[in-house]
Design a protein around this ligand. Structure first.
Ligand SMILES: Nc1nc2c(c(=O)[nH]1)N[C@@H](CN(C=O)c1ccc(C(=O)N[C@@H](CCC(=O)O)C(=O)O)cc1)CN2
Length: 292
């Protein structure tokens, strides 16, 4: 998969530009919906004051404003009980004007992430993380796709990184990214051959060196280094960690760009596309039942 620039540096897997294109496409879909009297509406629930979560929520609402999606931003104090949180989710499930909702993770200590995901009506589950939607992914039947895995697939497809029969090494088996991504990329039609690596895997570097595509979703700054990458491979950094000041550090070290064929920048890649995938799910729900 040699796809280097002529100067030997990797092609940038820029998600910012693709996300802007997807937002323009979604704005056209939202306009069509409003023209027939359907105002697409998102609801987000944020518990506590985690600054990174607050920043992601703010970005999701800014995307909605740009696209023409109505949005309601529910903020609950960190001391909210599980029962109170589930009552808010139940009210949004029952609200006929809300097409899709999501509870921002991680929840503060004492609240159960899995219970919150399972409380969302699967038909309004824009995160694609309800057990019913994850089960559909496992079964290979159509459903709402989890956002970060969908984002990574769209990023690779847009940059024409071949996946059919390709060896893909995913590092990290978390429920938001690694595990569902392994299911998605190995699905019939995408047909990648996936190795899922995690903290108990014996020789991670050996597996990544054998891979055509390496996806790092573990949240360890600079974990994937140049010596772990086959020349010409595509490398996607999902995890970002906040370093000194406001800097963001990717799971992929800078020296990887000198070896890889394609590589993501430290930010402006999977994150913006994750937000786009969330709103793609929302519009899909709002369009359900419409003719053609
Ligand atoms: N309910 C969910 N919670 C969380 C999810 C999720 O998919 N559903 N994923 C992550 C956070 N996340 C989405 O919610 C998310 C992370 C990052 C970004 C993003 O835009 N990142 C930007 C940088 C943003 C910054 O400056 O801080 C980038 O990568 O360039 C969007 C969404 C955990 N929780």
């Amino acid at each position: 998969m040699a796809n280097l620039h002529s100067d030997g540096t990797a092609v940038c897997l820029d998600g910012d530009v693709l996300a802007a294109t997807l937002r323009r496409q979604m704005a056209a879909r939202a306009t069509r919906l409003r023209a027939i009297g359907v105002t697409p509406k998102l609801a987000t629930v944020l518990v506590g004051d985690n600054p990174a979560s607050a920043s992601y929520i703010a970005r999701k609402h800014a995307d909605c404003a740009e696209i023409g999606i109505k949005a309601t931003d529910i903020r609950l104090p960190a001391k909210t009980s599980q029962a109170q949180l589930l009552a808010h989710v139940a009210a949004l499930n029952a609200d006929p004007l809300v097409h899709g909702l999501m509870v921002q993770l991680p929840l503060p200590a004492g609240l159960d992430d899995d219970a919150a995901l399972a409380a969302v009506d699967p038909a309004k589950d824009i995160d694609g993380l309800h057990p019913e939607n994850l089960g559909r992914l496992l079964a290979g039947t159509p459903g709402l796709l989890p956002c970060t895995p969908h984002a990574i697939w769209q990023l690779l497809r847009h940059h024409q990184v071949p996946l059919k029969g390709a060896k893909v090494a995913i590092i990290g088996r978390g429920p938001l990214v690694g595990r569902p991504l392994s299911m998605l990329l190995s699905m019939r039609g995408i047909d990648a051959s996936v190795t899922l690596l995690h903290s108990a895997s014996r020789d991670i570097a050996e597996a990544t060196r054998a891979a055509d595509v390496v996806i790092a979703a573990l949240g360890r700054p600079g974990f994937v280094t140049a010596d772990m990458v086959r020349p010409g491979a595509a490398v996607v950094g999902v995890g970002i960690t906040y370093g000194d000041g406001c800097s963001m550090v990717s799971d992929v070290a800078e020296d990887v760009a000198s070896v890889a064929g394609h590589v993501t920048p430290p930010h402006g890649s999977v994150g913006p596309l994750t937000r786009a995938a969330l709103l793609q799910n929302l519009l899909e729900i709002a369009e359900r039942g419409l003719p053609g």
